[in-house]
Design a protein around this ligand. Structure first.
Ligand SMILES: *Cc1c(COP(=O)(O)O)cnc(C)c1O
Length: 496
């Protein structure tokens, strides 16, 4: 299978080249030239498999330049026993007759682990094919969860070095502590004075800067990305939507061919895009419901066909979705424009010049066949955590709560009774302060770990060890830089 670029269709690379490069030279994102098919018979068959075997099958359709042995090695390593707190890896929880897919059972308690446990394997195997003996330098811009998941995935992986930039005031205390205490010889972390969009734009411009690339080349190094612009991040995410469908078949909730809805709390549009890709392969999906917090640029886009990032940026209780420039939307545009790279390029130039673009009416109508969207503010998010906890005895994190709220409104509006999978993207303890204020607003606490203790005492839900053991740990990385200093920070870390 070949991959081309959203901004230049004539680009042709293999899967391993796409994964090593991360982003195409002209700034476009790598996309599969066509989608492999998954039949209903195959879905029935996969429903009798465990997660790892489902993953191996789906990945083999996309990573055609990987041998079977290489894929086995990658998948067995990434999802090895003990790494995830559920044998099923991404189990479904029945909430009011719908299915919450718990994607946060990995080492850093966010859904990013689903892909970032696998990416280092995919990347090192890919590099052994196309960039032999070069050191791979991973640059990450994070809204909180990607950073930690990438650090954990890449720590002490041979021939790689990783540097994470996060917005100093834009992550939760637990997220910050997770990153600044990271262990490993090849890792660095730096805060920036700015928001996630600033971090992401900075990283993207370092990636596409020719002089910087040459300087790395002279030192036998090459950049790659662990953000969801990297194909190696997206392809593992396709797997779990197919796996959710297989679980529904296995448990007798649906039969192969029945349609489902998929609700995703969305920021950079990677997670929901993976679900859309699964549908392109043949997964029977009725609607994708894109849920946003108060930063509702995607809600407006899906409803009107106009993307306009010229608006106030809010810091919310769901920080991993505080984003105004959703990079992976570019890949969706490419599909709904029927692979018209010129049209995508025009939208993206308009976005960088004017901060907005409008898609033609017929393209927007096509979008609406697949997508619905909604948003909610922090008050509604906390109310949803509270009511779900009180009525269903289930503790949601702030991001998943946004999805649950938006979905409830969708059902109210449409009466749609299609069985629905809701992507649950983080463990509630990553956002303790908000969660506690939702379930026990009068509780008085001093610091992050008092908050953790209070939630655990009140709810009886245990805090995952990997978060609980951060208590009292001294931060190892304390640097804060200006947006304009990011390149310097990168060179310093690399010692070049
Ligand atoms: C990253 C993240 C999101 C947003 O996912 P995208 O793929 O960027 O849309 C939602 N919730 C949590 C907890 C996250 O970490």
């Amino acid at each position: 299978m070949e991959y081309s670029s959203t901004r230049n269709k004539s680009v042709k690379v293999t899967a391993s080249q796409a994964i090593v490069k991360g982003i195409s030279d002209e700034g476009g994102l790598f996309v599969p030239a066509e989608f492999p098919e998954i039949t209903l018979d195959k879905l029935n068959e996969l429903s009798t498999f465990g997660y790892k075997d489902r993953a191996k099958y789906v990945l083999s359709l996309y990573l055609t330049d990987f041998t079977k042995e290489e894929l086995d090695y990658c998948v067995e390593g990434a999802y090895a026993d003990g790494k995830f707190s559920s044998k099923e890896i991404a189990p479904l929880y029945n909430l009011k007759g719908n299915f919450v897919q718990e994607l946060w059972r990995g080492p850093t308690c966010a859904f990013k682990d689903m892909a970032l446990q696998l990416l280092p394997y995919l990347l090192t195997v890919s590099a052994s094919k196309s960039a032999k003996d070069k050191k791979i330098v991973i640059l990450v811009a994070t809204s909180g969860d990607t950073g930690k998941a990438a650090l954990e995935g890449f720590k002490d992986v041979k021939n790689t070095q990783i540097l994470v930039f996060y917005p100093n005031d834009g992550v939760s205390p637990m997220q910050k502590l997770q990153m600044t205490t990271q262990e490993g010889e090849n890792v660095s972390v730096c805060a920036i004075k700015g928001n996630f969009d600033d971090a992401q734009s900075g990283v993207k411009s370092i990636f596409t800067n020719k002089e910087i690339a040459e300087k790395l080349m002279e030192n036998n190094m090459q950049f790659s990305s662990a953000n969801s612009i990297n194909w190696g991040r997206l392809v593992p995410q396709i797997v779990y939507y197919i796996s959710a469908y297989c679980d529904l078949i296995k448990n007798g909730n649906i039969k192969a061919g029945d349609k489902i809805n998929i609700v995703v709390p969305t920021g950079n549009f990677g997670n929901i895009l993976a679900a859309y890709y699964a549908k392109q392969m043949g997964l029977p999906v009725n609607k994708f419901i894109c849920a946003s917090n108060k930063n509702n640029v995607l809600t407006d886009f899906i409803k009107t066909g106009e993307y306009d990032k010229n608006r106030k940026f809010y810091t919310t209780s769901s920080p991993s979705m505080d984003i105004l420039i959703s990079s992976n939307l570019e890949r969706l545009l490419y599909e709904i424009f029927e692979k018209n790279d010129e049209a995508v390029k025009n939208c993206m130039s308009s976005l960088s010049e004017n901060g907005k673009y409008i898609i033609p009416k017929e393209v927007h109508e096509k979008l609406l066949e697949d997508f619905d969207a909604g948003c909610c503010d922090d008050t509604q998010t906390l109310e949803t955590i509270k009511s779900t906890y009180e009525k269903e005895d289930y503790l949601l994190d702030t991001h998943t709560a946004v999805a649950v709220k938006v979905y409830d409104e969708y059902v109210e509006k449409t009466g749609d009774k299609t069985p629905t999978v809701i992507a649950s993207t983080a463990n509630p303890y990553k956002f303790s302060k908000s969660v506690l204020s939702a379930i026990a607003p009068d509780e008085k606490v001093e610091d992050e770990f008092d908050t953790v203790d209070a939630i655990s005492r009140i709810s009886g839900v245990e805090c995952p060890t990997q978060l609980a053991t951060l208590k009292g740990k001294k931060p190892r990385f304390t640097q804060i830089c200006e947006k304009s200093e990011m390149t310097e920070v990168v060179f310093n870390m690399l010692g070049i």
